[in-house]
Ligand binder design. Sequence first.
Ligand code: PLP
Length: 436
Amino acid sequence: MTPDTVTLDRTHIWHPFTQEATAPDPIPIARAKGAVLYTEDKREIIDLISSWWVNLHGHGHPRIAEAIAHQARTLEQVIFAGFTHRPAADLASRIAALLPDPLTRAFFSDNGSTAVEVALKLAYQYWRNRGDHHRKRFLAMEGGYHGDTFGAMSAGVGSHFFTPYEDLFFTVDTLPYPASWIGDDAVAEKESACLAALERYLDAHGTEVAAFIIEPLIQGAGGMRMLRPSFLAALVDRLRAAGVLVIFDEVMTGFGRTGGLFACLTAETTPDLICLSKGITGGFLALSATFCTERIYEAFLSEGFDTAFLHGHSFTANPLGCAAGLASLDLLLDDQCRRARTRIEARHRARLEELAAVPGLVRPRICGTVGAIDIEAGDGGYTAAIGPKLKAFFAERGLLIRPLGNVIYLLPPYCVTDDQLDRAWDAVAEAAETLI
Ligand SMILES: *Cc1c(COP(=O)(O)O)cnc(C)c1O
């Protein structure tokens, strides 16, 4: 008899971000539709975190599935050095048309971490190509997360997820992060402290910084920590005035999560480089793109190979991913999707206002389709003891909610119904009443 999925899994597989010694058995999923996952034993689980923030329009969306199937029969993959194809050209030009004007040029790769690596490397080489050999440092935010490869981990030094590797990191300095929430009366003070720290930093190191990187408006893995849009715009203005290149890591915030299509549009501010992945294919396939300005692109042009960007991945601009991306964009730009995002935000707002009155639930916050609240029970942070208990509590109720330590958040696919959201927020209230 063939062993079951979990037995085979436990014999041969090692899961991401998991302590395999203590984690419960993984749940085998047979299929998924809309916001619902169906287990092999036919239970239903509502996916309230978009399967790690990638899914936009629901699982198994027929428009995207058909676009991929059609593309697979036409051109599944082709080397992207010296060759190109229609899906990549269309996707780059259509996304460029949605981004702020200066962001015209796309470099494709295949996941969020590599999109960040590309941005860091482009920023670093940009200065070298221009003959400026002083700009070698990077600046980031305390608590920021940018992926798990070495450059991305270095940029995410302020997340403290990567202590075993810190000796190998390059120099990344961090600014304090003025996280804010509904009813936060110290926000102006925290923002001024951050801007003052930036002034001191620029006085000391302003001409040594290659680039600044930030997750605009929401720090995801760091605990769904939110910034006021006006502050983000002020920070970017100051850095650009100092000549520092600004990188927006919109791997999570892109494609409608923050309400507007991109966080840079929501906050009305423009970076020099932007990293996109996760939702770019609607959550169907691994694809990413780093967009930059024409000024950066031009700094790599010369008669010699030495100023070129010597970087690429086997599946750069994979046609299947690009086809999925185009189908997903059509759905995203449909007015029905915009209305769904507005509805989700309104539901989060109504429910979080109630939940903030439940003892133990604090710091309610909303940015577009992302709603979060902290539970106060013992220690905080990503390794808070309450985290696994909450996850199990929600799993028992058929809800995929994966708290970041003591931070509970919903980041649902845009097809989620009000009823599904209510079931989730009801369970959050129940968890606070039962577990603390
Ligand atoms: C998830 C994430 C990444 C890394 O993306 P992967 O596809 O997991 O490598 C980078 N930056 C942000 C902001 C993310 O949320």
